[in-house]
Design a protein around this ligand. Sequence first.
Ligand code: NAD
Length: 427
Amino acid sequence: MNICVVALGKIGLPLAVQFASKGHRVLGADVSERVVQLVNDGAVPFPGEADLDVKLKEAVAAGLLSATTDTAAAVAESEAVVVVVPLFVDAEGVPDFGWMDDATRAIARGLKPGTLVSYETTLPVGTTRSRWASMLSEGSGLTAGTDFHLVFSPERVLTGRVFADLRRYPKLVGGIDEASAAHGVRFYEAVLDFDERPDLDRPNGVWDLGSAEASELAKLAETTYRDVNIGLANQFARFADTVGVDVTKVIEACNTQPYSHIHSPGIAVGGHCIPIYPRMYLWNDPAATVVRSAREANAAMPDYAVDLLAAAYGDLTGVGVLVLGAAYRGGVKETAFSGVFPTVEALRRRGATPYVSDPMYSNEELAAHGLPGYDGEPLGAAVIQADHAEYRNLTPADLPGVTVLVDGRRVTDPARWAGVRRVVIGG
Ligand SMILES: NC(=O)c1ccc[n+]([C@@H]2O[C@H](COP(=O)([O-])OP(=O)(O)OC[C@H]3O[C@@H](n4cnc5c(N)ncnc54)[C@H](O)[C@@H]3O)[C@@H](O)[C@H]2O)c1
């Protein structure tokens, strides 16, 4: 098969490499000349994806993967087109389709009869049928469903372990009609391999969800579920604080019963996905009060962590407070919607002087994100925002002057913090 992957980002490039590893000829299309050049040289444009460097080199050397900025031409040569151009959502949950519209118009220009188009970017429910089908039809003069096939197939992998996740999770597909779905299922069966999953009721593989809308909703539902679950855990944690109970012991105990899956409370829910997709869901379903409240509960957590600090430390005016961790989670160099930003803001509102450090970022890199780096200034307190592995062995000797530590992720070892007030969320 000739396959075009549109957008060679953290998801699209591993996908392109995966398809090539199955012997297909893959054309990657990206608007970035830098990305196209690097891929054609067999060099990864971003760090952190397991096995990508070796697999990319192999695919390019075998002549099975090449990249171009000419999306329409790549689409014209392909029987299947997979689209993973990002969609942005603002703070109110309103999607900005700009990049995806540009990509879709370019795809339409190259679209030929019989081609399968699969959107993998997380989308509001209804977008594939209402927006992409008509845009592709207008631009190509072809009729969706009759002349070309159109499916939505959400990408559920985590960056850093894309190849393993592609094997592990069922590939969900939903078509705008039965023929589209059948083509989508056949396509993904030809480009993916699946691990055995005895824990599932159905064999692991490509699962047809029955419609593009069901497939769109599946991605929003699984991610929104996590945000809502964390919101509940955070409310339990705040209540536990008022009654002197350690919430993690309670959650651990609850989860020994097979119907309880309470997630972990913490200072923030960050990243591209979990804080964003509930907002996208709410754009579809504004009456979803549970989703809205959970999002509000999670968004309030950085403020709550700083409230805990102030309650333990006293007046924070003029106090140097080090925020440990700019990344939204441990081990990833990514600050998208990271809790570091509202934590720094909350500290400033309290009159403190916040600094930020992170083992993955230099002070220059932090400054580029608008964050105040740390250069040994005097400190009175510290707040752990990301669960970097490096923080597990942190001791008071690493933070001279600090008399209160708010460990927002429970990564530090309480035994090492004798002499310093260590506060946790829900502790
Ligand atoms: N990153 C994740 O962890 C993750 C996980 C699951 C699903 N997803 C989904 O994948 C989508 C893409 O995420 P990503 O992390 O790969 O993005 P990314 O930011 O790493 O890469 C985006 C790429 O798109 C390219 N691009 C922009 N406009 C384009 C256009 N018109 N035509 C062709 N290329 C264009 C950019 O040049 C860039 O190379 C997300 O929006 C999300 O829906 C992401």
